[in-house]
Design a protein around this ligand. Structure first.
Ligand SMILES: C[S@@+](CC[C@H](N)C(=O)[O-])C[C@H]1O[C@@H](n2cnc3c(N)ncnc32)[C@H](O)[C@@H]1O
Length: 349
């Protein structure tokens, strides 16, 4: 893991190359350590404080009411990983390259996603339960009032903000499109940006109550409630409102089983007007990467751990769409969504 490989002297680097270092130990230890430091730095307000004026560790601890010694140790970690810079006078500030990602004021910041990652520690710890008993976490089963939903959906919003404008630009909507249904749309940001890009378009987000509550707050705070409204329901059973020109299904399929998706596509088809379009954004088990790319393999396992489902194959998507009455999906190229694929299919009949 990077943590162990950084800062080594030439002798240590040579030892690494010669496979004299027990890298699995470093990986098991370092992965969770690095994640823990970042999550705590966000959750305690250290990151936000660093994004303000530079200050020495003792001042940061005092400002935030934190214990001085562990705060200094955590800040040392952040300096060693390059997230934070120490000035000659000992004052600390967010490293320039991390400002755009961690400053809470940044429009492309991901601090809320980092915060949400704190929920994953317990899940990974219990991974062996999935292997032994086959039991996933099922995080969508939590009661709607659980504060977990806010962490989850605001984290997803951070990621969506990185690509929503580009997705809105690249999707091909029918001329004069007036209505879009965003199934599992959570925060509603993709739908909102699509509406902004297409005057006259309004959106309905259908999502579980816990997510829809957060989404409503997000959209209201952004002054976009005139464009996006929310409907609470389970996408596996809910009736979809009719008369849609587009249906979005973004980062939802990997939460659903192979048995649930065909029926969902059939309802999307029924909800669409003639000439309507279905857009799908998700991670797919692409043959070239599915078994070899560490990010793809870990995501596939994470999805099984959290939802009991998995990432599906592009050929399955094509078959499901065909059976539901859609044209073969067109892959929409995007620059800002590494690891995910955006597809669009038209209503065929
Ligand atoms: C990973 S988030 C993606 C949110 C948003 N579509 C995006 O791409 O940023 C998955 C969303 O699907 C919703 N979801 C999961 N299972 C669902 C179900 N059975 N019915 C409706 N929504 C569901 C979650 O509540 C969450 O909002």
């Amino acid at each position: 893991m990077r943590l162990a490989l950084r800062g080594g002297n030439p002798l240590e680097r040579a030892a690494l190359r010669a496979n004299l270092v027990p890298t699995p130990a470093a990986e098991a230890w370092g992965g969770v350590a690095m994640s823990g430091v970042l999550v705590a730095a966000v959750r305690t307000g250290i990151v936000a404080r660093l994004a303000g004026a530079p200050a020495p560790a003792a001042q940061i601890a005092a400002d935030l009411g934190l214990a001085p010694s562990p705060t200094r140790l955590l800040l040392d970690c952040l300096v060693s990983t390059g997230h934070v810079r120490r000035g000659r006078d000992g004052s600390l500030r967010l490293a320039r390259r991390n400002r755009r990602w961690l400053d809470p004021a940044s429009e492309i910041g991901v601090a809320r996603f980092v915060n949400a990652c704190g929920d994953y520690f317990d899940w990974w710890r219990d991974l062996d339960r999935l292997l032994v008993a086959g039991t996933p976490v099922e995080h969508h089963d939590r009661p709607p009032e659980d504060p977990y939903w806010r962490r989850y959906i605001l984290g997803q919003l951070d990621l969506a903000r990185l690509s929503a404008a580009e997705v809105a630009r690249r999707l091909d909507l029918p001329a004069g499109a007036r209505s879009v249904l965003d199934v599992g749309g959570g925060h509603g940001w993709y739908a909102a940006m699509l509406c902004r890009a297409h005057p006259g378009l309004t959106a309905t987000v259908l999502d579980l109550p816990g997510s829809a509550r957060v989404g409503r707050d997000v959209i209201e705070a952004a002054g976009l409630s005139h464009l996006v409204s929310f409907l609470e329901g389970d996408a596996r059973q809910a009736e979809f409102p009719p008369d849609q020109d587009a249906v979005l299904c973004f980062n939802l399929l990997h939460h659903l089983t192979e048995a649930e998706i065909p029926a969902l596509f059939a309802r999307a088809h029924a909800a669409l007007n003639p000439g309507g379009t279905l857009a799908i954004l998700d991670a797919f088990a692409e043959p070239a990467r599915a078994r070899t790319d560490a990010a793809a393999t870990h995501l596939a396992l994470f999805v099984r751990l959290t939802s009991g489902s998995t990432v599906h194959r592009p050929d399955q998507l094509t078959a499901w769409l065909h059976a539901a009455g859609f044209t073969p999906p067109r892959r929409v190229r995007t620059a800002r969504i590494p690891g995910l694929a955006l597809y669009q299919a038209g209503k065929r009949r």
